[in-house]
Design a protein around this ligand. Structure first.
Ligand SMILES: [Zn+2]
Length: 109
């Protein structure tokens, strides 16, 4: 019998847009929760679904595992951020331009 999948939440974790998908199966108690990349719609929790709605900390762990190796960090707080993060325009040449949403200031534009 077919299972049911539904997107039940959207989040931005460290500048990385993600969606939470719930999967229920007929005759099975409980549901499993998966994390989907908001940009590529890739399943990020292949084989490691959550039994409950994941916390932001759990999402961060999954996203760290799927980092594409570009290792982009916020220039201010050094938190790892998504490759689509904002870039500061007014910075010294040669320094890291990426800035997380928490540290962003319109004057950086
Ligand atoms: Zn920051």
């Amino acid at each position: 019998m077919a299972h049911t999948e539904e997107i039940i939440g959207g989040h931005v974790v460290g500048g990385w847009p993600v969606a939470v998908r719930i999967t229920t199966r007929p005759g099975v108690d409980g549901a499993s929760y998966d994390l989907i990349d908001g940009d590529t719609l890739d399943l990020l929790t292949e084989g490691e679904s959550f039994d409950a709605y994941p916390t932001e900390q759990q999402m961060r762990v999954i996203l760290d595992e799927h980092d594409d190796g570009e290792a982009i960090c916020c220039r201010f707080c050094q938190n790892r951020i998504h490759r689509n993060a904002r870039r500061a325009g007014v910075i010294e040449t040669g320094t890291n331009p990426y800035c997380c949403d928490d540290c962003w200031d319109e004057r950086l534009r």
